[in-house]
Design a protein around this ligand. Structure first.
Ligand SMILES: Cc1ncc(COP(=O)(O)O)c(C=O)c1O
Length: 387
């Protein structure tokens, strides 16, 4: 009865089972996988957020395939602050970046066409691609004095069916930015092979070590779709508000705009209250980002203090984002290690394979966890590794 694309293995995995056991036994849990900003103890500008949702203009239905102009203008201003000129005419609002990916896969790919994704990388791509009959082909990021794109491998991964290269800037969980030279090289390679660039920039504003962020929205060598949204920028995933910014050669851009217009018009998925609220919600990002960055930087300093006092593990360089990668001894699988940490220490972490690390020896920790949890959780991890 069901489509083969939904033939997923839905059995509970070992970690989910162990977590359920842990919880039902009433044991305390230190969650170092925390990714929900609304559950992380940040303070939000509650009156401004709630007032923004009460605009009486929301009582009228004004269907607009690209999204309401005032909302798109606020997004264009966001880019202007980053010295990127994005016209409101080149913006499409979506309910999430995940929905934006779905639109772009429908725009660019026939069933079985390929899209290149970075590895290590964010796990949701597998589902988004599968739901849209797109085949994912991985290109490696290499770690050598920081992370960088392995362009030789990326080049070899291109086939006659490749339609786009995804780049996550900064990447999750490795936390490195695509630097201007890399962006130019990627855009040139894509232009040469008639591929689009899809740049996921949801973490763009979260520079931990003050590395300057450069958005792909100024790239015009290749057809480029830059994605972002309120989910991470403002810590408001529940508001379901994101966008696609188009850049690139004028003719290609205009073709893409017309086609995206039809895709978007077929769903009209943005609701009115959020579109009217978007300019005010976007303004709340400054206070949210200040808090998040202060916490993530403090957690990194605390981690480095603990790492200095031992020699069993280290961390990888990390410029930006909400996660840090620990390099641990590969004396067992990362999943076994994560399970032991959960069962014996009450600490939840992500094993590297969750983010597609090609070998064992990596754990991913959330930097947005409250400071006391992070300090105690990392102390327990290190004590465990020392035994
Ligand atoms: C790299 C990356 N892109 C996109 C998303 C999802 O964003 P949204 O809530 O807008 O779908 C995430 C969520 O963790 C992410 O890590």
């Amino acid at each position: 009865m069901f489509a083969s694309r939904t033939n997923w293995n839905l059995a509970e995995n070992r970690i989910a089972r162990a977590l359920a056991d842990h919880r039902s036994a009433g044991r305390l849990l230190i969650d170092l996988t925390l990714s929900n900003p609304t559950a992380a103890g940040f303070s939000y500008e509650q009156p401004a957020i709630l007032a923004a949702l009460q605009d009486t203009a929301s009582l009228c239905y004004e269907p607009s395939s690209q999204g309401l102009l005032a909302a798109r203008e606020a997004v264009a201003n966001y880019y202007q602050e980053k010295k990127a000129v994005v016209s409101s005419n080149d913006l499409f609002l979506t309910t999430s970046t995940s929905e934006a990916y779905a639109y772009l896969f429908r725009l660019l790919c026939n069933p079985g066409d390929e899209v290149l994704i970075p590895t290590p990388g964010y796990p949701l791509f597998e589902f988004l691609a599968g739901l849209n009959d797109v085949r994912l082909v991985r290109y490696p990021l290499i770690y050598d004095h920081g992370w960088q794109i392995d362009f030789a491998s990326l080049n070899c991964a291109i086939t006659a069916r490749t339609r786009a290269a995804i780049v996550v800037n900064p990447n999750n969980p490795t936390g490195h930015y695509a630097k201007p030279a890399e962006q130019a090289q990627l855009a040139a390679l894509c232009a040469k092979n008639n591929l689009a660039v899809i740049a996921d920039e949801v973490f763009l504003d979260f520079s931990l070590d003050y590395t300057p962020a450069t958005t792909f929205a100024s790239q015009d060598a290749a057809l480029t779709f830059s994605l972002s949204g309120l989910s991470k920028l403002c810590g408001l995933p529940q508001m379901k508000s994101a966008w696609i910014a188009l850049s690139g050669p004028e003719l290609l851009k205009s073709d893409a705009r017309k086609r995206l217009d039809v895709i978007s018009d077929s769903y009209l998925s943005m609701n009115a209250p959020i579109q009217h609220a978007l300019p005010a919600l976007l303004e709340t990002r400054f206070k949210f980002q200040d808090q998040l960055l202060a916490r993530a930087r403090a957690n990194l300093v605390a981690l480095d203090d603990q790492l200095q006092a031992q020699s069993n593990c280290s961390r990888l360089a990390c410029e930006a984002g909400w996660n840090v990668v620990l390099r641990v001894p590969a004396t067992r699988s990362d999943e076994d290690l994560a399970l032991e940490l959960l069962r014996q220490q009450g600490v939840q972490v992500h094993p590297g394979h969750f983010y597609d690390f090609p070998q064992d020896g990596y754990l991913v920790l959330s930097l947005i966890a409250p400071k006391m949890d992070f300090a105690e959780g990392t102390r327990r991890i290190m004590a465990f590794l020392a035994t």
